[in-house]
Design a binder for this molecule. Structure first.
Ligand SMILES: [Fe+2]
Length: 171
């Protein structure tokens, strides 16, 4: 049974990032399957560990991209990654110690986090990179808060450039 549905509007336009996001959805779904089928603790723990491992790998990919393109919101974005990594590692530890049951609520949290993160921070980041590469921005990511996030980033960039210039002219 599917709990995490992939949707076209989650596409960032970066093939590697999109592939990794889709794999994350798949792992969330297999965690859900294992849970629904009443698979043993060992199997659930393995899937949870796989999710953590893959999430960290994916975050490293995004963080490298952000650094490569001087993304101005790198620190904020990375902080979100670190927070989720810590949260999920905590979940896994609690589960291991028998203090936590993997239930629909936990899965719902993971799913919601993924969707919000992709539609918010990730799209804004990839749109920024696509602009830098002179690539067009897909229609579906032109809307509402992706665009707002991009506008904020551009305003911040312009401010940084201005500051740099004024510093140069003073020195
Ligand atoms: Fe991200």
């Amino acid at each position: 049974m599917t709990i995490a549905y992939w949707h076209e509007e989650y596409c960032t336009g970066n093939p590697l990032v999109d592939q990794q996001h889709q794999n994350l959805f798949k792992i969330v779904n297999s965690l859900h399957d294992a849970m629904m089928q009443g698979k043993g603790k060992q199997r659930l723990k393995e899937t949870l560990d796989e999710l953590i491992k893959y999430t960290v790998e994916h975050f490293v990919t995004e963080e490298k991209l952000m650094l490569q393109y001087n993304y101005p919101y790198y620190r904020d974005h990375k902080r979100k990654h670190d927070e989720l990594t810590a949260q999920v590692s905590n979940l896994a530890a609690e589960f291991d110690e028998g203090n936590l049951l993997l239930n629909a609520e936990v899965l719902h949290f993971l799913n919601e986090w993924l969707i919000h993160h992709i539609k918010g921070e990730d799209l804004a980041m990839i749109n920024f990179i696509r602009k830098k590469q002179n690539l067009s921005i897909p229609d579906y990511s032109q809307k509402d808060y992706h665009q707002n996030a991009l506008a904020k980033i551009e305003a911040a960039q312009a401010l940084i450039e201005q500051l740099k210039k004024s510093l140069k002219s003073k020195s």
